[in-house]
Design a protein around this ligand. Structure first.
Ligand code: ZN
Ligand code: ZN
Length: 309
């Protein structure tokens, strides 16, 4: 299962209930942080979500509500004796802004911080996944990100049954690409395996509603889309932010499985339900992000087995 934790859900300023933008993915033990607003490290601690294992941080844009937790996080990792590098990725000037953070105040670091300005066509490769930026529309250089698990070869139970085979070590070797003889017949991956699409999660950061998000999030398992306000309150913000209604329209066009709304204006601090109601009218499978909420994303199954679920 991929664990997704929405850590901070308030836009612009934190509230007594909500921290600023941050989302954490745990993929097979590797933690990847998307945005790091003020309060992020305490949220990760509270959830015991593995702060020391954060490997990469993707900043969507350099507005303070999306990066103001970075300095504290970097310092705490050092106090805890981290020795592995921490990678920070973002749009243009990410290297410059990170350098400025690191040269503010007096503190020593026990490890290296590697910051990189990503180009739009760049891909960050991980162990079993990749992360790509896409253009967000927010009036300043801003990206959204797509996390995509590698496709995998999986043994199809129905194909095994067809051949009268049951699971065992030989099947495990076939899954790794080998050809193996069982009871006088040679089987390979082409006989028993199917390619199963990797899981996909898209996160917009701050953006006006845009076709670029539809394209980037196409067929994703989860789209985390900002929904700063309800549609009646969008006037004056429409070039930088989205309404819940627009987020739902994007989710529908992109054919995603689940839409998660986040980045609520202060006026929805106590009660974000109107955002959810508005989105569900267009895209029923919508959920509200809350600080510390967990979403589990199960592995996909071979196509031939999906009808029976
Ligand atoms: Zn923001
Ligand atoms: Zn912003």
């Amino acid at each position: 299962m991929i664990d997704l934790h929405t850590l901070g859900t308030s836009s612009a300023v934190p509230t007594s209930r909500r921290s600023l933008a941050a989302n954490l993915i745990n993929f097979q033990g590797e933690r990847i942080l998307f945005d790091c607003g003020e309060g992020t490290q305490r949220q990760v601690m509270r959830l015991q979500a593995g702060m020391m294992d954060i490997e990469k941080v993707f900043i969507t844009h350099w507005h303070a509500d999306h990066f103001s937790g970075l300095l504290g996080l970097i310092q705490t990792l050092s106090m805890e004796g981290r020795d592995r590098p921490l990678y920070i990725y973002g749009p243009e000037r990410t290297g410059e802004f990170t350098d400025r953070l690191l040269t503010t105040g007096y503190f020593d670091r026990s490890y290296q911080v590697v910051a990189e300005d990503l180009e739009l066509d760049e891909v960050v490769e991980g162990d079993g996944f990749e992360i790509r930026p896409f253009r967000a529309h927010h009036g300043i250089p801003a990206y959204g990100y797509v996390f995509e698990e590698d496709d995998a070869l999986k043994v199809s139970r129905s194909k095994m049954e067809e051949h009268g085979l049951s699971s065992g070590p030989a099947i495990g070797r076939i899954k790794l690409g080998e050809h193996v003889e069982i009871d006088g017949t040679t089987y390979g991956p082409e006989d028993l395996c199917e390619t199963v699409r990797g899981r996909k999660i898209a996160y917009t950061g701050d953006t006006a509603a845009h076709g670029d998000t539809v394209q980037a999030a196409m067929d994703a398992d989860v789209l985390i889309h900002e929904a700063t306000v309800t549609h009646d309150l969008l006037a004056g913000r429409e070039k930088r932010h989205s309404s819940a209604k627009q987020a739902a329209e994007i989710a529908r066009k992109a054919n995603v499985d689940l839409l998660i709304l986040t980045h609520y204006s202060r006026r929805f601090d106590k009660d974000p339900q109107p955002l959810l109601d508005e989105a569900r009218e267009i895209f029923p499978n919508t959920a509200l992000a809350e600080d510390g909420k967990h979403f589990g994303i199960e592995p996909h199954r071979p196509e031939s087995e999906q009808e029976n679920t």
